[in-house]
Design a binder for this molecule. Sequence first.
Ligand SMILES: C[S@@+](CC[C@H](N)C(=O)[O-])C[C@H]1O[C@@H](n2cnc3c(N)ncnc32)[C@H](O)[C@@H]1O
Length: 272
Amino acid sequence: MTRTETDLVLREVIQYISDRMAFEPDSYNDSYLDRRISSRMRRTGCESYEAYLEVLSTEADERAALLDALSVNVTSFFRNPEVWEGIRDVLRTLSEEQRTVRCWSAACSDGREPYSIAMLARDDPHIRDRSIEITATDIDAETLRSAREGVYESTRTTDIESQLNVLSAPDDHIRTSEAKARFSIRPPVKRMVSFEQHDLISGAQKVGYDLVLCRNLLIYIDRSYKDPIFETLTGSLRSGGVLTIGKSETLPRTFRDEYEPYERSNHIYRRA
Ligand SMILES: C[S@@+](CC[C@H](N)C(=O)[O-])C[C@H]1O[C@@H](n2cnc3c(N)ncnc32)[C@H](O)[C@@H]1O
């Protein structure tokens, strides 16, 4: 099969997902979709997209497994700890202004990112945690349900205890089971975060934020959807507000004039 023919059958699989499954693939780039589909093909022993399409259309279990594989909600507490030193600095500086500081964790997944902001604010004596309000949004209702619960488990590949090393007193903010396997966010931390469902591409505009985190979503998004997302993010920031994007993400060319670097190496920018 030629490359063009292969691409055509891949598009058929993507079309199938769009028509028949509870997932909207349009906003994701093809290489991301291809990686996820190919990984399911390996697991099901399919050697061609056509064979996989057949499995997909006949087996409900495989449709569920693909849906799971397509959902990108990988996250952690204090992901890229060096970036959190930059965020600490932003929060300390904002604290000096003696007013309410509004933060938005956009595409927050299961809540580890916004709870990291809240725990950092409570942990650092130079941040006025009482002045901090955190909104956390995600497109995925299921992931928001677990975010509101605020209970997390260490696994073979996720060591939550070590992720919390950024904090000087983790036990003040999160309750740990005896076996150090289960971690529950303490109520005062939970109360700092309001969760809501929001689509960054088509959702309502937000305004007046001092700090916006939108990390590790843009890498999966098709180029044509990045501008609408940046419209939303940029519009939500007050003048001088700070935006943090993921370590492997960049500002689209069309938005570069809207920002100046705050900490370039950590992808933290200030709205001009
Ligand atoms: C990889 S997680 C990133 C979580 C966190 N920001 C981090 O860096 O660890 C990406 C999240 O983006 C969410 N997402 C995908 N498309 C979205 C959209 N259009 N609007 C808002 N959230 C979206 C997914 O549900 C997922 O929870």
